[in-house]
Ligand binder design. Structure first.
Ligand code: GLA
Length: 389
């Protein structure tokens, strides 16, 4: 059901739980990364889409100094004081709300009320589809409206990112937030993370993206992510020292420059930066191909991207590799790769609509044979971005 149609029920749930009516509601979708892996915080380019799964937040101001949260899907509650200044170990999901509330409060510059907040989402958790960004973006829109803090879209994205850095400990880029905000029906979002310029690329109606969820979430994913980011920054400093032009981020390094100087780097930084420099180049070429309708060639870049993740960035895992290898052996499949941070989560698979069902069956069967249980495969619909309801 469309989110707008569920609002009546959600408003009634809010009212019966908190004994008052909500004054603001917002919805934000999760996202899938189609091409451009770990390029966002390197000021590079990404092609992504907002997906047809997301999070709804309803909120109302309330007297007192305690904010109360309720998650309607998991039937869990949490609370925090209005002067909250940092995360707490449990429950982890409440930290995103704490972060958003605290950052909006500090922005407001005047005393703001406590809030009652209802959360209801259907982004598969641990699937690498950014349930966290969906939560942050819906919360920033809804709470921004209750606390009367007006922000333009890119500042909303930055606020969500800051909440994630400071309250979840992940030094993410802006990909998830920007995609959740700027998503469009039946289109990919193409973002330049140096300028935050966003354009859209229409999808071919005869093709679709499947999302195959391994449901694997390796321990220490967050620290591995932060470690990859630190390595990229270290590599950018190396190139700044050897290249004749300014290097602010790996975006400023071309594949040819990487080739010339990588022999002088430590091998790990060389591999990590090879991935990022290669990915930025692939997105550039990929976006050009899409403008000419060359989806098969685009799919080949998706396979290359995965191979680079597997061997250079080392952010894949056996389950994702299995899905991509299986997909690659099916003639109808145009492309497949891991999507998002990596180390688990989902693979995104580009297929003709006419072959979607058969490909899904093959992926599930082969995954079951290899790992003893099936994987979930969703049909992704590129969808509209976050909005107040
Ligand atoms: C996660 C992060 C994003 C981005 C991707 C990898 O989703 O939150 O900022 O870095 O990984 O491209």
């Amino acid at each position: 059901m469309k989110i707008e149609e569920r609002m009546g029920t959600l408003r009634a749930d809010f009212e019966s739980h908190f004994g008052m009516k909500p004054v603001a509601a917002a919805y934000a979708p999760g996202r899938v990364e189609v091409l451009g892996n770990h390029t966002d915080y390197n000021e590079g380019l990404v092609l992504s889409a907002a997906i047809n799964y997301g999070t709804c937040i309803l909120a109302a101001p309330v007297q007192g100094s305690e904010c109360r949260l309720y998650d309607g899907k998991f039937k869990e509650s949490a609370c925090f004081p209005t002067d909250v200044r940092g995360p707490s170990p449990k429950p982890a999901w409440a930290n995103y709300l704490k972060g958003v509330y605290a950052l909006l409060r500090d922005r407001a510059g005047v005393a703001v009320p406590a809030v009652n907040v209802w959360i209801e989402g259907d982004v598969p958790l641990g699937a690498g589809l950014s349930s966290s960004a969906a939560l942050e973006m819906a919360a920033t829109l809804a709470l921004g409206s209750v606390l009367k803090v007006q922000l333009e879209l890119r500042d909303i994205a930055r606020l969500g990112q800051k909440a994630e850095h400071e309250y979840a400990g992940v030094r993410c880029g802006l990909l998830d937030q920007i995609t959740s905000l700027f998503g469009q029906d039946s289109a990919l979002v193409e973002t330049d993370f140096r300028t935050l310029a966003v354009t859209t690329v229409p999808l071919d109606p005869d093709l679709e993206f499947l999302i195959a969820n391994t449901a694997v979430k390796h321990n220490l994913v967050d620290s591995a992510y932060n470690e990859r980011r630190a390595k990229c920054e270290e590599a950018a400093r190396f190139f700044a020292g050897v290249l004749p032009h300014p290097v602010r981020a790996l975006r400023d390094v071309s594949p040819a420059e990487w080739q010339t100087f990588s022999g002088q780097m430590d091998p790990v930084s060389a591999r990590r930066s090879a991935h990022v420099v290669g990915e930025i180049d692939r997105v550039q070429r990929g976006a050009g191909l899409l403008k000419r309708g060359k989806w098969r060639e685009f799919g080949a870049l998706m396979f290359e991207s995965h191979e680079s993740s597997r061997t250079q960035f080392e952010n894949s895992c056996p389950e994702l590799d299995h899905l991509v290898t299986t997909a690659q052996a099916i003639p109808e499949v145009l492309g497949a790769r891991l999507s998002g941070g990596g180390f688990g989560g989902s693979a995104v698979v580009l297929v003709p609509c006419s072959a979607a069902e058969a490909v899904t069956e093959k992926l599930v069967a082969s995954y079951r044979q290899a790992f003893g249980h099936p994987c979930d495969v969703l049909c992704m619909r590129a969808s509209a971005g976050a909005r107040l309801l």
